[in-house]
Design a protein around this ligand. Sequence first.
Ligand SMILES: C[S@@+](CC[C@H](N)C(=O)[O-])C[C@H]1O[C@@H](n2cnc3c(N)ncnc32)[C@H](O)[C@@H]1O
Length: 255
Amino acid sequence: MHYPKNLTHALEIIWGEGMLSPGGLERLPDILEGTDLSGRRVLDIGSGLGGIDILLAEQYGATAVVGVDVEPQLIESARELVAKKGLSGRVTFNLITPGKLPFTDASFDIVFSKDAMLHVADKPALYVEIFRVLKNGGCFIAADWLWSEGAAESFVVEEWLSKSQSNTHFMSPAAALRALIEAGFIDTKITCLRHELLEVSRNEVALLKGSVGQKLAAAVGPEMAESRLASARGRQAALESGDLIPCHLRGRHPP
Ligand SMILES: C[S@@+](CC[C@H](N)C(=O)[O-])C[C@H]1O[C@@H](n2cnc3c(N)ncnc32)[C@H](O)[C@@H]1O
């Protein structure tokens, strides 16, 4: 289990209810870039606690949102949160194992993912699966953490990852773009968000050194508060060195 309760509680204190990833809900408009979700059936890969899925349905008008995740306790918490918001009819969750997605071909209009695919070991295979479950003309929209060629040998990256308990797998933007095209996507686009996420990370470090750090220490203990600060500092350093490249990925299934 990479996202135990004390970690998800800490991340919610930092990013907001139901949110496990940097920037929380504030990053959503940028990732969606005005994509119209009304009347659409959306798959969210790595749905975590479901906060994003609630917004996709409530604020962006998706008819149905299906979140998938590999950790059962997250699926359970996401279902509880969605029930509390009265959205259980429209926002549902499936526990999956990495590999083939448990959906028939052409099941979704949009496949979305925020900050989850860095945990996926075989991203090209996942792109192929995403392409398969998208309808003709459907869109893949994701925020993912990529890295520069040579980042695997970077001391800064090694230092950052040594402080993280999570399982991470990276590829370069060029390799990701090639893999999207090989999977069959058209209108592919990878946008680097390094400056924006550097700003997010700097703010996060400042908050963790101040009021939010104190709140975390009281809620989940000083060790977890320290570990979040170390992780945020490590990410900031990897962004500053240019090794870590947060990106928005886009691709369309041909009509
Ligand atoms: C940083 S959290 C992001 C959660 C959510 N997208 C958010 O922004 O709040 C990463 C999520 O990816 C999930 N995950 C890890 N490996 C996965 C895989 N192979 N397939 C789908 N989800 C995965 C984790 O369990 C976790 O919920």
